[in-house]
Design a protein around this ligand. Structure first.
Ligand code: SF4
Length: 200
């Protein structure tokens, strides 16, 4: 893949960067997806949350974390007293990757090559926002921010020092929805978030 770098404008203005991302052809995911789903929220956020990629609802809607996983995240944030509007929410990969099964579009994890191709957008978001804390939700976000060897199982609930910001790790809210014991997984997710916000 050629990657997104050639599509990233040289600007300090996040809105200009977001607009440019609408036309990104840095990898093949733009072909089947409906639209680019860029990050959203406060451009001066103290904390940035990074997920994996837009899901079915986000792809259709054009906004991050608006589907079932986003609702679960909203509930968890409300429970620990964090206002979503004070944050910036984005994804490691900005287009939805899926396979069609009948009328359904089934989420597919992005490939390493797609994560690498899309990395310049996330890097630019983090550079312009310059948050104190970056919270990675799930394996793909963790690898995109901390490198391909970083493991959620080893880092979950911890905050480590990154080059430009502190980095906290937990699971993706979609993993909570898929868990066998959803109540227990939700409690653990809320506990993680509480700890990360406090430690960051
Ligand atoms: Fe560009 Fe990222 Fe979309 Fe690929 S996934 S086309 S790199 S915005």
């Amino acid at each position: 893949y050629p990657g997104a770098a050639q599509y990233v404008p040289r600007t300090e203005d996040l809105a200009t960067v977001r607009a440019a991302a609408e036309r990104c052809h840095g990898c093949d995911l733009y072909r089947d997806a409906t639209q680019t789903v860029f990050g959203e929220g406060s451009a001066t956020a103290d904390t940035v949350l990074v997920g994996e990629q837009p899901g079915n609802d986000e792809d259709l809607d054009g906004h991050p974390f608006v589907g079932p996983a986003g609702h679960l995240l909203d509930r968890a944030l409300a429970e620990i007293g964090v206002d979503r509007d004070t944050l910036y929410l984005t994804n490691a990969v900005k287009h939805f990757r899926f396979v069609e099964r009948g009328k359904r579009r089934i989420h597919q994890q992005p490939r390493r090559t797609e994560i690498v191709a899309c990395a310049p957008w996330l890097a630019t978001e983090l550079e312009l926002i310059a948050p104190r804390l970056v919270i990675c939700l799930g394996a793909i976000a963790t690898q995109a921010v901390l490198g391909p060897k970083a493991k959620v199982t080893a880092l979950r609930g911890q905050v480590v020092d990154g080059e430009h910001h502190r980095v906290g790790v937990t699971v993706h809210p979609a993993a909570v929805l898929r868990a066998e014991d959803r109540a227990q997984a939700y409690t653990a997710f809320v506990d993680d978030l509480r700890r990360l916000f406090a430690a960051g």
